[in-house]
Design a protein around this ligand. Structure first.
Ligand code: MTE
Ligand code: MO
Length: 371
């Protein structure tokens, strides 16, 4: 049983599968800007590799076949370290919402809104290591189109070179998370962090980087993390682009009904909180809330947070206090807008896909008359 050596996990995580471990962040963890490491969602396709830090090496292979290897110690000593605050979100975050609202099967872990978390990552810049290995950003060879990453358990994925060497891209080879050593579940001793992109590209337990004219050949690059039209049930995988930058999404993570001040004739007080996130470093600029199923809208307050990085790689938490005017059963809705004025689709009708990826419709939580 290769899972026998997996680490112990925090009981507060909401476990979907134990072997491999897939567990989402509980509401308590989603309420904080930096997710505590022990409550950071875990998405493992296999077991957690057992690594001796002193023996771990990262190998970089260039298009001409030349290789260069680095020990952890060399990476830490030879390159400047940087801190980048970034949200990781699984392509399947909120998949259960798509399933429930379409009454159609989606194939994959039925995540609710907790396959997303935020941390301050510390490590060296991928672009610096690539330059040292011989890849100068101003004279990239023609066939240097993708940076492929391989983990110790054989998981793999890639990102386009433009992101890998972007001076404002903040791609890290990270060895620390929220001021602590990288936990085993999150890639100890070394992982890639690709801010703004789907978390599937942030390969854990990183052992090799290959610079290639092709994307990674792994199924996680060529199949699983792609999206198709709502009518397509048997996709031609080669026809769709792999998911990289994430689209905009938002979710309600808490609703409460303070009974003070006294309920007015206009309605019952209600407080709502949650997160909004957009990929590509696009900042969240507005969050709209409805407490009457979409008849009327108001804006939530965006919570200001401290972050490091060239762009807005993090979720924005928001909170709203208002009145629920409908006395009967209704729903609370949230939708967000980013700096490019991207917003979320109203329903899943037009974005359903059997893989259940990118479930970004307005988040809707039903509340009854007592709420
Ligand atoms: N890297 C390796 N080596 N193995 C994996 O299973 N899962 C990927 C990515 N990197 C994975 C991996 C996926 S799909 C996600 S969503 C994120 O890691 C999850 O990162 P986390 O477990 O630190 O939250
Ligand atoms: Mo994922």
């Amino acid at each position: 049983d290769p899972f026998l050596t997996d680490p112990k996990r925090c009981p507060e995580l909401r476990t979907l599968t134990a072997k491999p471990c897939n567990a989402e962040t509980p509401g308590k963890g989603l309420a904080e800007f930096l997710t505590p490491n022990k409550m950071f969602y875990v998405r493992n396709h296999m077991w957690v590799p057992v690594v001796e830090e002193g023996k771990h090496e990262l190998t970089v292979e260039l298009p001409d076949g030349e290789e260069k290897s680095y020990t952890l110690k060399e990476l830490k000593e030879r390159f400047p370290t940087h801190k980048v605050t970034a949200t990781l979100q699984c392509a399947g975050n909120r998949r259960k919402d798509m399933t429930d609202n379409q009454s159609k099967v989606t194939n994959g872990l039925q995540w609710t809104a907790g396959a997303i978390s935020t941390a301050e990552w510390e490590g060296v810049k991928l672009k610096d290591v690539l330059a040292d290995a011989g890849l100068k950003p101003d004279s990239l060879p023609e066939d240097a189109k993708h940076a492929q990453f391989t983990g110790l358990e054989a998981y793999g994925a890639s990102i386009p070179m433009s992101k890998a060497v972007d001076p404002h891209g903040d791609v890290l080879l990270a060895f620390r998370m929220n001021g602590e050593e990288l936990p085993r579940d999150h890639g100890y001793p070394l992982r890639v962090i690709v801010p703004g992109n789907v978390a599937a590209r942030s390969v854990k337990w990183l052992r090799k980087i290959v610079i290639s004219d092709e994307e990674s050949l792994s199924q996680w690059q060529r199949r699983d993390y792609k999206c198709f039209g709502p009518n397509v049930s048997v996709p031609d995988w080669s026809k769709a682009k792999s998911i990289q930058e994430m689209p905009i999404t938002s979710a309600i993570t808490g609703i409460s009904n303070p009974s003070l001040p006294k309920d007015s004739k206009d309605g019952k007080p209600i407080s709502v909180e949650g997160y909004a996130y957009s990929g590509g470093g696009r900042e969240i600029v507005r969050v709209d809330i409805s407490t009457d199923g979409g008849k009327t809208w108001d804006q939530a307050e965006l919570v200001d947070d401290q972050m490091n990085g060239a762009k807005a790689w993090c979720w924005k938490r928001w909170r709203y206090s208002g009145l629920k005017r409908d006395s009967g059963k209704t729903s609370v809705l949230v939708k967000a807008t980013d700096e490019a004025y991207n917003t979320q689709p109203e329903s899943y009708d037009a974005i359903y896909n059997p893989r259940g990826n990118l479930a970004t419709a307005w988040h809707r939580v039903e509340i009854d008359s007592k709420a």
